[in-house]
Design a protein around this ligand. Structure first.
Ligand code: HEC
Length: 108
C-alpha cells in the first residue's frame, strides 16, 4: 500500500513538474556500470551479497532513489551499510542521479 501511495505521489509530482525533471533511462543505464558489482546487472542484488544488506533497486520508485542518493551524498543518510554506499553517491551529479533513478525505476 505504501508503495502504491508513493507511486501515485510520484506520478502526480512528475505531472505537475513536467517532463524536464524526468531522468534519461539510457543515460542512467550507461552510468549504472559502477553500480552493477553490488546491485546487479538488472538492479537485483548480486547473489554474493544476498542477505547482507545490499538492497535491490529494480522497480524502486524514482523519487525515492533520487532522495536516497542525495542523502548519501550529503551525508544525511548514515548508519546501516551507508559507509559502503556513500562513496558511490559522492561523485554523482544531480543529472546522473535523476538518470539513474529513472533507469532503476524502469526495471522490473
Ligand atoms: C560496493 C557496493 C555498492 C556499489 C558499487 C553501489 N552500491 Fe548502492 N548500496 C550499497 C549498500 C550496501 C547499500 C545499503 C546502504 C545502507 O545500509 O544504508 C546501498 C544502497 C543504495 C540505495 C538505497 C536503496 C534503498 O532501498 O534505500 C540506492 C538508491 C543505491 N544504493 C544506488 C546505487 C547506485 C545508483 C550505484 C551506482 C552509482 C550504487 N548504488 C553502487 C552498496 C553499493
Amino acid at each position: 500500500m505504501k508503495k502504491v501511495i508513493l507511486s501515485v505521489a510520484g506520478i502526480a509530482l512528475a505531472a505537475s513538474m513536467g517532463s524536464a525533471v524526468a531522468g534519461d533511462i539510457a543515460a542512467g543505464q550507461a552510468k549504472s556500470a559502477t553500480c552493477i558489482a553490488c546491485h546487479g546487472a538488472n538492479g537485483v542484488t548480486n547473489a554474493t551479497f544476498a542477505g547482507m544488506g545490499y538492497p535491490n533497486l529494480a522497480g524502486q520508485n524514482a523519487k525515492y532513489i533520487e532522495a536516497q542518493l542525495k542523502a548519501f551524498k550529503a551525508g544525511q543518510r548514515t548508519g546501516g551499510m551507508s559507509a559502503v554506499m556513500a562513496p558511490m553517491a559522492a561523485p554523482l551529479t544531480d543529472a546522473d542521479i535523476a538518470n539513474l533513478a529513472a533507469y532503476y525505476e524502469s526495471l522490473k
